[in-house]
Each structure stands twice: as C-alpha cells, then as structure tokens.
Design a protein around this ligand. Sequence first.
Ligand SMILES: [Zn+2]
Length: 376
Amino acid sequence: MLSTPPIHTTSRRIVWFLFLVAVCAVSHSAFAGPPRKTENVVLVTLDGLRWQEIFGGCDESLLNKDGGGVNDVPALKAKFWRETPEERRETLMPFFWKSIARDGQVFGDATRQASARVTNGMNFSYPGYSEILCGFADPRIDSNDKKNNPNVTLLEWLNQKPAYKGKVAAFTSWDVFPWIINSERSGIPVNAGWQPIDPAVELARSKVLGDVSQDLPRLWDNVRYDTLTYQATIDHLQKHRPRLLYVSLGETDDFAHMGRYDQYLGSAQSNDRIIEKLWNHLQTLPEYAGKTSLVLTTDHGRGDDRVAWKSHGRDLAVSQFLWIAVLGPDTPALGIREGVETTQSQVAATVAQLLGEDYVTAVPKAGAPLPGAVGK
Ligand SMILES: [Zn+2]
C-alpha cells in the first residue's frame, strides 16, 4: 500500500496520455470527415440510351408507326405514356428513378443548365467507351473497328495495382470491347458479344446458359442480348468477387438503329430491371453490401426528331448530349443535379475517386471527378 503513490502517478500519466490520443483522434476525424465506405464499383453503360428518355420517359412524337416504327400503338401507349415527365420516366425506369435518383445523383438534365456531353466529337461507340474508360478523348480513335486501344483504361490502370490485381472484369453485349479494353495487353477478362459464358459455380446452370445463348435466334451478329450479359456477370461475381466490374448493355442502340421505338423502350425498361437485380444481388453478398457504388452512363446520345432519333454520330451535333448517374454509400442524395455542366471524360476519375484512388494526378489529361458526386 505504501508503494501506491508512484504507481498512481504512472497511471495518471497513462490516463492523461490516452486522453490526448482520444482528443487527437476526434479532431483528426472532424477534419477528415467520415471515412469513405466504397470498396467496389460497378460501372454500367446502356448503349445510346438518350437523355430525353432518361429524364422524360416515353417521347410522344415517336409513339406511332411512321416515326417510331411502333407495331401496336395503343399497347405501347398504355404501357409507357403518362401525363407528366416524372410519371413517364418512373414508368419506364422505376429502379433508376425510385432508388438511384432518390438516393444518389443524376447529371445531364439540359433543362436545368446541367447538360452532360461527350468531348470526343465523334458521338459514336468506340470513341465514347474509350472516353468513359480512359477519361479523355483521343482523335486517333475514329472508327468502331476491332483495333486495340493504344490508351490505358482505368480498368487496366487499377489492375496494375496489387489491391486490384485480378479483381477487374468486363461483361459486354457488344463484341468490340476486347479491343477497347485491349485485353491482350491489359490482361483484363472481357466476356463480349456471343462469346461462350464462362462455366462458373453451378455446372447445370452454365450448361443451360450455354445452350440458350447458342440456340436463340440472333437479331445481331455483333451484339448479344443483355440478359445473357447479365447472367454472365452474375456467374463471374459469384466466383471471383471483382472490385471493379464493368457491365455494358447494348440492345437500346440496336433497336433504335432499327427504328423500333417500342423495342427500344422495352430494352430500356428491362435494362433497368437488370440493374435493380444486380444491385439487390450485391446487397446479399458480404463483400459488397453497403460498400459498393454504382455508376451509370451511356456512350453517346442520339438525334431528337422523328428521323434522327434512330442515329447519332459526328454529323449529328445533338447526339453529343448524354446523362450520368451515381449511387452508393459515399454519394450525397442530391437527386437531379442543377447548374453543373459535365462531360463523359469525368466518369473514369469519378469511379477512381469512389475507390479512393487519385486518377487525375496519374493521368493529368483525364477529366476531373464529377463535382459533389463523392461526399467529403
Ligand atoms: Zn449506334
């Protein structure tokens, strides 16, 4: 008992020290803000889906046979036409509007001084996807030919880091992606077009998917149906747990080129369902639940009248306009963004920022992250 005073003094010093540590920790976290939660990102693109349908739903001027190629106008009207743009867009893409836009952010509403556009000047697919994935336009990319991309995509850049090695993958409906992502050089697995779907967890399921994929009649030689791309994605997720997963859906563009507004809207709606199922599936997996962000966009816009809606390209300036959406635990729920002009070249750095990576310092010609898409 007599020896307690020195011990008492020591323990008081320890308590004082711990108090200082606690004060420092509190002031540090107050300075740094809440820690970032995102550990994985799923990037989804919907080929050539116009901002007009995203923000306004079904377009009345295309609800007909001559402009929209609609077979059954009353049926399409009953399915997608509503009095207000808000009702129409929620009817077309309920998950996008009731979850992504409510809990996340949407860029590209030209009626709110918030247009989003491509910077490549081409307004078609390969240049658009390269701009999305690399973060900058490259004038050398001026066709959809199957030529290896000379540029390094964000996917390849991340895959070179130990934390992402083997944890980056792409599943795409269009068959040009192995060249856009340069899988030969990058080593990124790209399952594209009508390629066989990897046999993964359940052999019986893989066999059924293989049979379905092989035996379905094909509308397009170079683009498979999006549901098959989705099924391939789910298989890969189950087995490999990627940290950056790119899913590229393609039907909307092809149906628009065919001049079939009914099928175009149908694919926009089924793509919304695919994204909802993918998101809900991720929330059932401990590696993803509450720590995954979703980024959605498109490679280009389209024309905006009864003929031009079917196409896009460098001669159709309005097809430069598009949309971008972000959802996840680090994205403030600001909904439709106003007064902020953005570009396709900002997507790559935004995906990187969500993962806590500084892409712009490494690749200075890349667009900056979308302002306010990732909370401080
Ligand atoms: Zn196209």
